[in-house]
Design a protein around this ligand. Structure first.
Ligand SMILES: *Cc1c(COP(=O)(O)O)cnc(C)c1O
Length: 404
């Protein structure tokens, strides 16, 4: 059931924006990616509240469409999936030295796989597993050049040896070995092949050291689309399952991927202003003739970037209109032109969504502010309710006004 996004509102009913997530699109994207990759296993990355789309809803849609692993950065996210009743394998890779032993214990008890990148991290997890009397499932991370998490090549043999000792003691099971590519967004960069070579060598050393990792995984979205030879046993797909471009040269539409998230807002006020009118703080925009302005009740507190000012990026009444003047905390203005062109209070402005509908994509917003679509979707504020649209989903009434 696709609900009509048109808000049927009287001027006194100030509704804020609406974030709708099309779960059928998430499922279609997962299916398209699964068909593209030779990897037998497919991890849907749902960190950061599933890139702002909703952790549990996206996880369920991705699993239903054929993903067989879920990936989170933080242990709290992984445990939230378990609390929601999701039993699929989950890997959480942001090891926090400051995490309480309580949360690590909960992760082991709830079959959350953890990534380890140093013998010190390994000791903590193995120690907790020892007290529980059961092994913790772990994936060893190689730092193949990102200099983020993971063990450097020269430290890898120590990590392998410590992991083997823990396996023999019954405190750890090494289920996977993985790395994340520094040049993931530039799949043709020679740094990728060098990192994958280092990864191959690390796997060889691990096997020689007695480990039997079932899952070798390297690729994130860009490499899934561009470098199928990096697929190994599993790929980790984030941006692509949300229909966003994982790299500048990769157009999601070319791979049958569509954005799942649409942000709309009602026009809450239309007014005519004379020539020479300053608009918004510090009058950074001044009308050169009489213009109609529309007020949109979303601002930087909702995740609308200030840098979007001046861009013709809002779809309203079948055309694109520019954001005029500074974006405020909860609202911004659009310039409707010398005539209102039929736009009236209650009409729906589409900020971004599926470019097939003529709306701007989150990627277009991203490039307009010198960034990428990932920054746009990830900053959409949690205070905006997400409405889920898919054939079998019972859509709750979510047109909840926020404080205005
Ligand atoms: C975020 C992340 C991914 C997914 O990356 P995308 O480019 O969004 O596909 C994969 N692996 C790790 C370790 C990540 O942090």
């Amino acid at each position: 059931m696709r609900r009509n996004a048109q808000q049927n509102s009287a001027p006194s009913v100030a509704l804020s924006g609406r974030v709708s997530v099309d779960l059928a699109t998430i499922s279609n994207n997962v299916r398209a990616l699964r068909a593209l990759t030779p990897a037998p296993h497919f991890m849907a990355v749902v960190k950061g509240n599933a890139y702002g789309h909703g952790l549990v809803e996206v996880a369920e849609a991705a699993l239903a469409a054929g993903a067989d692993w879920l990936g989170t950065a933080q242990l709290t996210e992984a445990l939230a999936l378990r609390r929601a009743g999701i039993t699929a394998p989950v890997l959480s890779w942001l090891y926090l030295a400051t995490a309480s032993s309580e949360i690590i214990r909960e992760a082991v008890e709830n079959d959350v796989d953890m990534s380890l990148g140093s013998p010190a991290q390994l000791d903590v997890v193995a120690g907790i597993a020892r007290t529980l009397g059961r092994p913790a499932a772990v994936h060893l991370e190689l730092d193949s050049g990102l200099s983020r998490g993971g063990a450097r090549v020269e430290d890898w043999p120590d990590l392998v040896a410590a992991a083997r000792d823990a396996e023999l003691e019954g405190t750890l099971t090494v289920r996977g070995i993985w790395t994340h590519l520094a040049w993931a967004d530039v799949p043709a960069h020679p740094g990728n092949a060098a990192a994958v070579d280092a990864f191959g060598e690390a796997v060889r050393q691990a096997r020689e050291g007695g480990l039997e990792p079932e899952l070798r995984h390297v690729s994130s979205s860009a490499n899934i689309l561009d470098r199928p030879e990096f697929a190994f046993d599993m790929v980790r797909a984030g941006l692509a399952i949300y229909g966003l471009a994982p790299a500048d040269h990769l157009d999601p539409a070319d791979f049958g991927l569509r954005p799942a998230l649409t942000v709309t807002a009602p026009v809450v006020l239309v007014k005519k202003v004379p020539a020479g009118t300053g608009v918004s703080y510090e009058h950074q925009a001044i009308t050169h003739e009489a213009r109609y302005l529309g007020l949109i009740p979303l601002g930087y507190a909702d995740g609308i970037p200030k840098g979007i000012s001046g861009r013709s990026i809002v779809q309203l009444g079948g055309r694109r209109v520019p954001v005029i003047g500074k974006v405020c905390m909860d609202q911004f203005m659009v310039d409707l032109g010398p005539e209102a062109c039929g736009v009236s209070v209650g009409d729906t402005a589409v900020l971004f969504g599926d470019p097939d509908t003529g709306a701007a994509s989150a990627d277009e917003w991203g490039s307009a502010i010198g960034s990428h679509g990932d920054e746009i979707i990830n900053r959409i504020a949690p205070r905006l309710p997400r409405a889920y649209e898919c054939p079998d989903y019972q859509d709750p009434e979510v047109s909840v006004p926020h404080a205005v």
